[in-house]
Design a protein around this ligand. Structure first.
Ligand SMILES: Cc1ncc(COP(=O)(O)O)c(C=O)c1O
Length: 369
């Protein structure tokens, strides 16, 4: 493995210091929740090594939503370790993998760190960040171990429909590869929610977590769902070598949250929808940014209009240092810094409005044409 710190982590807002940022639009999750607001009780919890697959009652609860079996769910300490476990289980140095780009950085960096031969399935602004199925067909080779996609997508917020997902699965199956479907934002969808991909084929590996939709990244709780027993055995071996088990504290909080999910998640969805409308209204009434309207998640990936001449490094510096507004610069996603990820549901709605105003001010101030 060739580990290398990723810019998105080196420059993460928590590293910079939340207290130093007035308008934090750099996040890709819903606002972090306070344990005391969730009605969770931990006093009876015994701090033992838990079940190696993960707390059985929680796995049963997740499985029952999709007519799956509890042993088809492997709990992990977040989606990032799940993605790591999948990539390190399926890939060796020199193996071929296809990864959508842009993407959540780990989805690209882990195959790279392994030394895999990574082909990118480009998602272009000018093509509405759409999934190019023909390009995928061209990239697939008999040696392709897996295809890695994320929907709803981070950072763009675009999605696909069920028939496109099924087409991808068909291609992957016909090629004898696997599909790694990062579904971390699946429940945050403005278009009909996609079926859980792993229910559609035993060649699909679904990954998700409690971090983004529920605003619980601090409990480090995610999962892999897969119907292929042999693969699940390998993923369990990976988990046992890295973690043995999850934290039982995290599992218990996740379980109690899930038992009460309908009630806890309803206001989250309402806030995201409200903020999305605020953002949309803002985007329609300014002239310096252009975007592909998101269809889910809680982030979008607009760019400063191509016609505007601006030093983009200076733009991000001024935006942060003068206006105390943080967005995710394009280079976090291996793109030009003319692009920026704007997370619209982590900070308060007033901060979203103020931060968007600051982005426009900084561009107007620095543009040379
Ligand atoms: C698409 C996607 N997948 C996975 C993760 C990792 O999330 P976590 O490990 O907190 O569950 C993120 C975090 O930004 C993400 O955006």
């Amino acid at each position: 493995m060739q580990y290398r710190r990723m810019p998105i982590e080196i420059e993460a807002p928590e590293t910079y210091g939340y207290e130093n940022i007035d308008c934090n639009l750099s996040e890709s999750s819903y606002a972090d929740q306070r344990l005391g607001d969730l009605g969770i009780s931990l006093n009876d919890l015994v701090l033992f090594y838990g079940d190696h697959l993960g707390k059985p009652a929680l796995r049963e609860l997740i499985a029952s939503q999709y007519q799956l079996k509890a042993d088809q769910i492997l709990l992990t300490p977040g989606a990032a370790p799940a993605l790591f476990m999948v990539a390190s289980s399926l890939l060796e140095k020199g193996d071929h993998v296809i990864v959508a780009k842009s993407n959540y950085a780990t989805n690209i960096e882990t195959p790279r760190a392994i030394g895999a031969n990574v082909s990118f399935l480009q998602m272009d602004f000018d093509k509405g960040y759409q999934l190019d199925i023909e390009a995928l067909e061209r990239l697939l080779t008999p040696a392709t171990k897996f295809v890695s996609i994320t929907y709803p997508h981070n950072p763009t917020g675009v999605s696909i429909n069920e028939s496109a997902l099924k087409k991808v699965i068909q291609l992957v199956e016909a090629n004898g590869s696997y599909l790694l479907m990062d579904e971390t934002y699946r429940e945050m969808s403005f278009i009909p929610m996609l079926p859980l991909a792993a229910t559609l084929s035993d060649r699909v590996i679904s990954v998700s977590s409690m971090s983004k939709s529920y605003g619980l990244p601090g409990i480090r709780m995610g999962w892999i769902i897969c119907q292929n027993k042999k693969l699940m055995e390998t993923f369990l071996a990976a988990k046992e070598q890295i973690f043995i088990t999850n934290s039982v504290v995290d599992e218990e909080i996740a379980y109690q949250y899930m038992c009460n999910k309908e009630k806890l998640f309803a206001p989250v969805k309402a806030t995201i929808k409200k903020n999305f409308e605020v953002l949309k209204h803002f985007m329609q009434n300014q002239e310096v940014l252009e975007w592909v309207e998101p269809q889910g998640g809680c982030a979008c990936f607009p760019r400063i209009k191509k016609s505007i001449q601006i030093d983009t490094t200076q733009f991000h510096e001024v935006l942060l240092n003068k206006y105390s507004t943080y967005v995710g610069p394009g280079h976090w996603f291996e793109q030009d810094d003319r692009y920026m990820r704007i997370g619209y549901s982590w900070d308060k709605t007033e901060k979203l409005e103020k931060g968007m105003g600051n982005i426009v001010k900084a561009i107007q101030e620095l543009r040379t044409a």
